[in-house]
Design a protein around this ligand. Structure first.
Ligand code: BG6
Length: 506
């Protein structure tokens, strides 16, 4: 499994398709400084930015261009590893930057911005790295200042709303000024290399595609364990919870990538059409079987990296009576020809034992087993797709234990594909590098279409309504653990297991 040659035609990006400008709102915020500026720097280093590309940083603080550049230079030393920082590249990158001071809530401030942009190439990408509550105002004010043309693009971060109704309001507002082809909704999981690799794995390998259905797959597990806690984001997180912060977007996007039918072509709308069909086929949570399908948890005091770690309610600034979920495990079912009878277990939590994002395809056993019956329990193949950390794909296969004394004793070993080794990549690009590049190119494949966002909300809203109506309680789990034990009980009741509980030979 360790081929070293790329057999696909590598789609090199023509520099000429990138010739417009980027206007970054919220340029001094956390997302911009931690992710976007470093990602743009890496694109500069990889020579993927067109020579003409100008970047305007927009924020409320009073700064001039040299002060902004100084600030970004400092940021790069903080968030880009030393071996990646090259003096000449840094100064080339900084030269692209200029600054415009705008209080995003003040219409008159946009005049100065519009005047500056009037002298620029009209193909402008606006990127809103701001709270979504500002999206509407920013669009209105940009429009009133005459800064929106039909050549502009609008890139927006999640969350698009906090339920279906509020997402419709935001989408309507975006739609008032931009066509759907001009709107790029980010779900940064779609920019992760291994997520894109799902397309290659599934649709370039007949071996997998021919087995990719309910006849061969017993269940699918999508686990996104985070070791971080709330990281000073109480105000946002307590209103959201893990369902809205992670499941509505990242986990459902992963589910769609695993479950969708092959798109007829490798273009944005074909892929998104298939994802939408999956979202439409998701069954609502059965009202009379909530505990068989759903477990909610909240982390309690425990340990993180060998240090005492406070529980959610004991974090700084906590609302001590909060009943927001920091963990959720869900059994999802897809009512279509491919997946009927194959559950998808989704699980995600904050402050868990370690940061691991994995998709595990648990294959069905052979219907007739000729080996020692005591070994039947391990006689299943598993395909483990690890998104982070250490991106890899590993197929668990059964072999015979070697040794003259072992007769036909089975063991499960991985056929392992470690991307860092097989592709001799010094560094796996961050998701934002890919997403910024694709937005600048105008390729929407890795962005979320309006109907996807709204169908995802519709499914999540129904589940939340049921759990609220039925007063589902939160199970505590110790910070630094694998989540509430009831998440194991739920899946084991179906004869299934989370991967770490059967990870005997991985
Ligand atoms: C964000 C969520 O979208 O994704 C955060 O708002 C979460 O709460 C983060 O921690 C996880 O992203 P990643 O790439 O670290 O898995």
């Amino acid at each position: 499994m360790s081929g070293t040659q790329s057999t696909t035609h590598h789609q090199t990006l023509s520099k000429h398709t990138l010739s417009h400008s980027l206007v970054l709102f919220g340029a001094l915020g956390d997302l911009s400084l931690r992710k976007l500026m470093p990602a743009l720097y890496q694109l500069e280093a990889a020579k993927l930015l067109s020579d003409e590309l100008s970047i305007m940083a927009v924020a409320r603080t009073a700064l001039d261009d040299p002060e902004l550049r100084q600030r970004i230079a400092q940021t790069l030393t903080q968030y880009v590893s030393e071996d990646q920082l090259d003096h000449a590249t840094v100064s080339r990158f900084l030269q692209r930057l200029s600054y415009c001071q705008v209080d995003l809530t003040q219409a008159q401030d946009y005049q100065a911005l519009a005047q500056k942009l009037a002298t620029w190439h009209p193909q402008i990408s606006f990127y809103l790295a701001t709270p979504p509550s500002l999206y509407g105002q920013i669009c209105d004010h940009l429009h009133s200042a005459g800064a929106i043309t039909d050549q502009c693009r609008m890139v927006v971060e999640k969350p698009i709303g906090h339920n279906l109704a509020s997402s419709v309001v935001i989408n309507d507002k975006l739609g008032q000024y931009f066509d759907e082809q001009q709107i790029f909704r980010i779900d940064h999981y779609l920019g992760k290399e291994t997520v894109q690799n799902l397309i290659a794995l599934r649709f370039a390998n007949p071996l997998f595609e021919s087995q990719w259905n309910h006849k061969h797959i017993a269940y699918v597990e999508i686990s996104v364990a985070e070791d971080v806690g709330i990281e000073g984001r109480w105000g946002y997180f307590d209103q959201a919870g893990q369902m809205r912060d992670m499941v509505q977007n990242h986990l459902l996007q992963l589910l769609c990538m695993v479950a969708m039918d092959p798109p007829s072509q490798l273009n944005a709308n074909s892929i998104r059409d298939e994802k939408v069909k999956v979202l439409r086929a998701l069954k609502p949570l059965p009202q009379n079987q909530v505990d068989k399908h759903l477990v909610l948890g909240q982390y309690a005091d425990g340990q993180h990296q060998n240090q005492a770690a406070p529980g959610y309610l004991n974090e700084a600034d906590a609302n001590t009576s909060s009943n927001t979920e920091t963990f959720i495990a869900l059994r999802a079912e897809i009512a279509n020809w491919r997946w009927t009878g194959t559950p998808f277990y989704l699980r995600t939590g904050k402050r868990m034992a370690e940061k691991v994002t994995e998709i595990i395809i648990h294959y069905k056993p052979n219907s007739h087993f000729i080996f020692d019956q005591q070994q039947a329990a391990i006689a299943q193949n598993k395909l483990v797709i690890r998104l982070q950390p250490y991106e890899s794909i590993s197929l668990q296969v059964l072999t015979k234990e070697q040794g003259i004394d072992k007769s036909m004793q089975l063991r499960r070993d991985p056929l392992h594909l470690d991307f860092a080794q097989t592709q001799s990549q010094a560094r796996i690009p961050d998701a934002y590098e890919r997403l910024l590049l694709e937005a600048l190119k105008g390729n929407q494949s890795l962005f979320v279409r309006r109907d996807e966002v709204e169908l995802a909300w519709q499914w999540c809203d129904q589940i939340r309504q049921v759990w609220q109506a039925q007063g589902v309680t939160l199970d505590p789990y110790a910070a630094g653990s694998n989540g509430p034990t009831r998440a194991c009980d739920m899946i084991e009741a179906y004869g299934h297991n989370w991967y770490e509980h059967c990870n005997d030979t991985a």
